[in-house]
Design a protein around this ligand. Structure first.
Ligand code: MLT
Ligand code: MN
Ligand code: ZN
Length: 292
């Protein structure tokens, strides 16, 4: 399985356009830009699937040689999109796919409902292209072209703010466990992870790599960096300082992604990265490729 990290920042990207916190200032000074969270995966190198569709998707697609179109004039290796949440940083990019001749979008029924209600992207996109909206039931494996088997793993029920009036129960947040039937390599992708719950830890068994929620290093990071803001826990993101020990203990390769602009780990030279390295964990980078 080939895996390409398209973007590794949380909503807003890093630096964030209106933020002058220490980490954003450093990123601007270093000319370092992280685009918003997304991954592309392929079992055969010909059929590619996007995990989340960030507002940066168009630039991410253009920057990825694996995802270039051809040989036919409108032939694309991008077959579909799998959504982990209905959050805007994971779904706004769907609108950037309107030029597609056809595309399949996989998400839980809860997420699909949000995309036909409070954020009516299904109706909007339907006027431009033919979208096959496929409901995904958690814990029920399904197959993707190119030899991948995927299971959605329920990890949380936090709704996007725009869907505050929607039911508070349901599969609002999932991780994906993706296995290559040929190599037996397994990737777990969990950019939004409120806790190390049972189904998630079960999904890690036998995995080679986990690309996981690294939104915040510390629970009170936003308040520390900007003088206000909710805690990581309140926002549904398990801080790296809490997950590091238990995740690395599993023996699975750990790559932290979905970094918020306040996260000191954004900087390649951050001393905080030494603790991660001591545990054998990594910070995911835009454009990084791994093979499983
Ligand atoms: C999240 O990951 O918690 C959301 O994307 C927050 C947001 O960007 O509004
Ligand atoms: Mn997010
Ligand atoms: Zn900032």
């Amino acid at each position: 399985m080939r895996v390409r990290l398209l973007g590794t920042a949380a909503g807003g990207g890093a630096p964030q356009w209106n933020c002058a916190c220490t980490a954003c200032r450093r990123a601007r000074a270093a000319g370092s830009v992280r685009t918003q969270d997304g991954v592309a995966v392929s079992g055969d190198g010909r059929s590619w699937f996007l995990l989340n569709a960030s507002p940066d998707l168009r630039a991410q697609l253009v920057a990825a040689p694996e995802l270039a179109p051809g040989p036919g004039p409108r032939e694309t290796p991008v077959r579909g999109v799998l959504l982990c949440t209905a959050e805007l940083d994971h779904t706004l990019g769907l609108l950037a796919l309107r030029e597609a001749e056809t595309i399949t979008v996989y998400a839980t029924a809860t997420v699909l409902d949000a995309l036909s209600g409070p954020f009516p992207v299904r109706d909007i996109l339907g006027a431009y292209t033919s979208v096959n909206w496929r409901p995904v039931a958690v814990e029920e494996p399904f197959e993707l072209a190119g030899g991948l088997t995927v299971t959605a793993v329920p990890v949380g029920a936090k709704r996007p703010r725009y869907a505050a009036a929607a039911p508070s129960t349901g599969d609002w947040v999932v991780a994906y466990r993706i296995g290559d039937r040929r190599t037996r390599g397994v990737l777990v992708y969990a950019p939004s992870l409120p806790a190390l719950g049972g189904p998630f830890l079960t999904a890690l068994a036998g995995a080679k790599a986990v690309i996981v929620d690294g939104t915040f290093l510390y629970d009170d990071e936003m308040a520390r960096a900007t003088g206000s803001g909710r805690t990581a826990t309140e926002l549904g993101h398990l801080p790296v300082s809490t997950s590091l020990r238990d995740l690395t203990k599993t023996g699975v390769r750990v790559l932290y992604t979905h970094l918020n602009n306040t996260n000191p780990l954004c900087a390649a030279s951050a001393p905080e990265r030494e603790t991660l390295a001591a545990y054998g964990a990594e910070v995911a980078e835009d454009g990084q490729s791994i093979t499983l």
